[in-house]
Every structure is written in structure tokens, then in C-alpha cells.
Design a protein around this ligand. Structure first.
Ligand code: KE4
Length: 430
């Protein structure tokens, strides 16, 4: 039983479990891995999120990434309200779709052509199908612990909720599908070489989160992404950067800009939709010309590029593009947070390992460095659960899973960071 402060959440959770599996519409939200019931959210604004019992939290989930400007940004809301008045969806082309595609191309020139879809899952599923259609090959190489959404072939040794729920792959995926997905280890060049040797000429693409963020945040070793670029080019396979999390977060041009790598295809989600159901995939015109109606690789969607979601996406990117100092600011504030936690938790002994890049970070409850999926498995999940509960009881909202990330927004003030650290200091002594 949780304390009286969650009365309404408990009631709503009981009812929602009657009609929705696990009471949630996405598994990780159920907070089972941290042995708590979820809180139900009433509203959010800036860096704060408010549950239905009136509890206020500093939010470091940020809707799993989209809210880089903070929740309910006034300019974004203004543009969305304006769009809503004209109708919600037409199932026909609108100007906003090419405006958003143009903005994406400006930020990531690799994306000469872009298709807007409704979720990161749709974006990666479509990019995989395109890579197979373009190369006329079947095999897709992914990495253990990387998560690319829940399309059948990608739910093999995936991260995020799959890892959180400790299932190696998903039920309901026939071996026939899974056999076309081969799995290497992130940051392990030998494991990739071995697969390219074993399946010479049969690999359509490598799909990678350029910064893994679904087994906690793990940075690519120096040269690892360059190696992937080289080995795919040498083997006429496509390199797909899944930038659903890193896109528009690490930099205006995402991980491509940050690391100076040019993949063949990029998938985007989260920030690109500003919190609305909008994602995208794209690449060189020559590859994208294989997509229907130009080519025979089919992909479609009733609500793809709908006017309300594109309004939110355009407004979000406009704020980011017109205020490039946002990236410096959120990087500095996240560094302040990371350094503060380091000082609190690791004074006497090393109790946590922190990985950070820009405004994306993870606090791993392990005394060793975390550079691979294997390292992540040394984490003490009960300690993480205790950390989660202590923070939530004290008004800090973090991911209910060790295998997710901490997201900082431009709405997080220095004061928010200092308040967060003073609360963690209370846990630190435990
Ligand atoms: P969606 O289908 O959830 O929009 O995107 C799938 C996806 C694809 N690629 C990457 C790198 C992703 O991180 C995701 C989704 N991220 C998780 C959080 N780690 C979504 C949260 C959830 O599943 O509830």
C-alpha cells in the first residue's frame, strides 16, 4: 500500500487495470520494476509535472524525451491551438508537412527526403523495410540492449521495456521473423566483424542508437560509429542511425552532427513531434525513391503528417533553431546535475556510475564503469528501486527503470537542479 498521498492515483490505477493490460498503455509506465504503482498525471508545465493527488515533481522523464523545451511551452501551445481550429486531420497533403520535412533536411542534410509517420516504431519499421527493399537482402544487424520500438523483427534482445521486464525477446514473434535479425554487442567491433564474415553479402543494414539510451545511456567508444560506417559501406549494407532519442537532443543535427558521421538513413521521433504522435525516417533521395508511390517499398498511414502534430513539431524545431544556446544551457545544467550526484553518491566509495552526453544521462547503481550491455547487468536493481522511491516521495520524478535515461529540458532551472541535488543528498546518506 502506498501512503495516503496517492489516493486518487491508486483509485484510477485500480479502474484502469480493469480495462487496460497492466493499467497502462506502455509497459514501462507500470513501474513494476521499481515495485511501485504508477502515479497518474493531471498536468505538466515547464520542468514540473503534477499528479492527480496534487503532488508536484521536478520531471526528468520529460515524456521520455520529447519535452526538451519543457512541458506546455507557450509558443508550441499557441501554434497547436491555432492548428486545431482548422480541423484535426484531412488525409491529404498540407503545407506544414513539407515545411517540417524541409526543417529536418536543414538540420540533417543526409535526410534529403523524409517521410512523416506516427511513432518511432513506425519510423524504424519503415526504415528497415526500405533497407531490405533497396539492398534486396534480408538480414538486419542490431545490438543487444538497443531498442528501436516494438515491430516484430526488432524485438530481439531489445532494451527499454523489454529489458526492464527481463524478457529476452517478445512473445508472439515467430522464429521465422526473428531469424532475420542478427545481434552484435554495442561497442564490440569483433562481434560486428564476426557477423559480417558469417553472413557475407546478406546483411541489408545495421541499425544502431548512435548513443545507446535504452539500456541506460551508454556512449559509443571512440571510433565505434566510424567503424560501423566503414564496415557497412565496404559490405554495401546501409547504416541506419536510430535518432529517436538523440535527434535534436544532442545538437540541432543530432548525433550525425555531434559525431560527424553520415549514415544512409535516419529515424526520428519524440522531439520532432514536440510531444505529439509524430516521427520520421529519411535519407538520400536515391534510397527514398524506393518508397511507394515512387518505388515498390510500401509504407502508409492515415494520420501520418497530420496538421496538429506537424504544428507541434514545427513550433518545437523553430524554438530550437532560433535559440541554439539552448543546447549549451541544457548541457551545462545536466553537467551540474551529474557532477552533483557524483559528489553526493561517490564520496566514500563508488556507489554509482554516471554516463552523460549533453542533456541525456543515466545513474547506474554499480561500482564499475558502464560501457556495454554486460556492464549494465552488474547494476543493483533493488538499489535503483530504492532511489526511485525516495526521489518520488520527495518530489523528483525519474524513470521507473534502471534501463532508461534522465532527460533534462531547457525549462529545468539552476534552482531545480540544486533542489534535486539537495534531495538526492538525503538519499545519499542512506
Ligand atoms: P515509439 O514507438 O515509442 O514512439 O519509439 C520507439 C523507439 C525507437 N527508437 C528509440 C531509440 C527509442 O528510444 C524508442 C522509444 N523509447 C522508449 C523509451 N526508452 C519509449 C517509452 C515507452 O516505450 O513507453
Amino acid at each position: 500500500m502506498q501512503s495516503g498521498k496517492y489516493k486518487k492515483s491508486e483509485k484510477y490505477f485500480e479502474i484502469s487495470q480493469k480495462y487496460i493490460p497492466g493499467g497502462v498503455n506502455s509497459p514501462v509506465r507500470a513501474a513494476r520494476a521499481v515495485h511501485r504503482d504508477p502515479v497518474f498525471i493531471k498536468s505538466a508545465s515547464g520542468s514540473k509535472i503534477f499528479d492527480v493527488d496534487g503532488n508536484e515533481y521536478i520531471d526528468y522523464v520529460c515524456s521520455w524525451g520529447p519535452a526538451i523545451l519543457g512541458h506546455a511551452h507557450p509558443y508550441v501551445l499557441k501554434k497547436v491551438k491555432k492548428a486545431i481550429k482548422k480541423g484535426l486531420s484531412f488525409g491529404a497533403p498540407t503545407k506544414k508537412e513539407y515545411i517540417l520535412a524541409e526543417m529536418i533536411n536543414e538540420a540533417m542534410p543526409v535526410m534529403e527526403q523524409v517521410r512523416l509517420v506516427n511513432s518511432g516504431t513506425e519510423a524504424t519499421m519503415s526504415a528497415i523495410r526500405l533497407a531490405r527493399g533497396y539492398t534486396n537482402r534480408d538480414l538486419i544487424l542490431k545490438f543487444t540492449g538497443c531498442y528501436h520500438g516494438h515491430s516484430d523483427g526488432l524485438l530481439v534482445k531489445a532494451g527499454s521495456g523489454v529489458l526492464t521486464e527481463a524478457i529476452s525477446s517478445s512473445g508472439g514473434v515467430p522464429d521465422d521473423y526473428a531469424k532475420n535479425t542478427i545481434v552484435a554487442e554495442f561497442n564490440d567491433i569483433d562481434s560486428v566483424n564476426a557477423l559480417f564474415e558469417k553472413y557475407h553479402g546478406k546483411i541489408a543494414a545495421v541499425i544502431v542508437e548512435p548513443v545507446a539510451a535504452n539500456m541506460g545511456v551508454i556512449l559509443p567508444d571512440k571510433g565505434f560509429l566510424e567503424f560501423l560506417r566503414e564496415i557497412t559501406r565496404k559490405n554495401s549494407a546501409l547504416l541506419i542511425f536510430d535518432e529517436v532519442i538523440t535527434g535534436f537532443r544532442l545538437a540541432k543535427g543530432g548525433a550525425c552532427e555531434y559525431f560527424g558521421i553520415e549514415p544512409d538513413l535516419i529515424t526520428l521521433g519524440k522531439i520532432v513531434g514536440g510531444g505529439m504522435p509524430l516521427a520520421a525516417y529519411g535519407g538520400k533521395k536515391e534510397i527514398m525513391s524506393y518508397i511507394s508511390p515512387l518505388g515498390d517499398v510500401y509504407q502508409a498511414g492515415t494520420l501520418s503528417g497530420n496538421p496538429v502534430a506537424t504544428a507541434a513539431g514545427i513550433a518545437t524545431l523553430e524554438v530550437l533553431f532560433e535559440n541554439p544556446d539552448i543546447y549549451k544551457r541544457i548541457d551545462e545544467n545536466t553537467k551540474l546535475l551529474a557532477d552533483g550526484i557524483e559528489n553526493i553518491m561517490n564520496t566514500k566509495e563508488k556507489r554509482v556510475h554516471i554516463n552523460r552526453i549533453g542533456s541525456l544521462m543515466s545513474v547506474f547503481f554499480t561500482s564499475q564503469d558502464v560501457k556495454s550491455y554486460k556492464d549494465v547487468l552488474t547494476c543493483d536493481l533493488d538499489k535503483y528501486a530504492g532511489y526511485y522511491s525516495f526521489l518520488r516521495e520527495n518530489g523528483i520524478y525519474i524513470a521507473p527503470s534502471q534501463f532508461e535515461a534522465v532527460f533534462v529540458s531547457d525549462a529545468h532551472s539552476i534552482e531545480d537542479i540544486k533542489n534535486t541535488l539537495s534531495i538526492i543528498a538525503g538519499f545519499g546518506g542512506k
